[in-house]
Design a protein around this ligand. Structure first.
Ligand code: ZN
Ligand code: ZN
Length: 137
């Protein structure tokens, strides 16, 4: 896929970012950690290959929470309003962008629902998207 640049920000507008890289994946993730992080039935995340994550403003407002037992799962968020924000995956050269924080339509669509077996019973139906127990093979 091609290289893209995304801009976005948090609910209060205090934090603004620009991220760029090659689009690898766009998933709805139904795992328990994503549900807690977002307070919703699933997270909608775009995964980029690239380490070009730039904070245009509000870097001092960034909070960070690493799940103690997780290998690398952590949440990055605005300390003022609580919005999740992009995070890099250490040692993997990946960026994860919470799609709901984008300024505009990224022009790509989710390709699958992952961690489907962890979903809440009341969560969205799969619709036309393929589902995977965890990650696709
Ligand atoms: Zn904010
Ligand atoms: Zn997840």
């Amino acid at each position: 896929m091609s290289k893209k640049t995304f801009t976005g920000g948090c609910l209060c507008g205090g934090v603004r970012y620009r991220a760029s890289g090659e689009v690898l994946r766009f998933y709805h993730c139904h795992c328990g950690r994503c549900r807690k992080t977002n307070g919703t039935g699933h997270a909608s995340n775009i995964m980029l290959k690239g380490d070009a994550l730039e904070w245009l403003q509000g870097e001092a407002l960034l909070g960070h929470y690493k799940v103690p037992e997780a290998e690398r799962f952590y949440n990055r968020f605005c300390k003022q309003c609580g919005s999740p924000l992009p995070r890099d995956v250490p040692n993997h050269g990946l960026l994860i962008i919470p799609a709901g924080t984008l300024d505009s339509d990224p022009g790509i669509r989710p390709e699958a629902r992952i961690f489907w077996d962890s979903r809440a019973e009341w969560s969205c139906e799969a619709g036309e998207l393929p589902t995977y127990t965890e990650y696709p093979e």
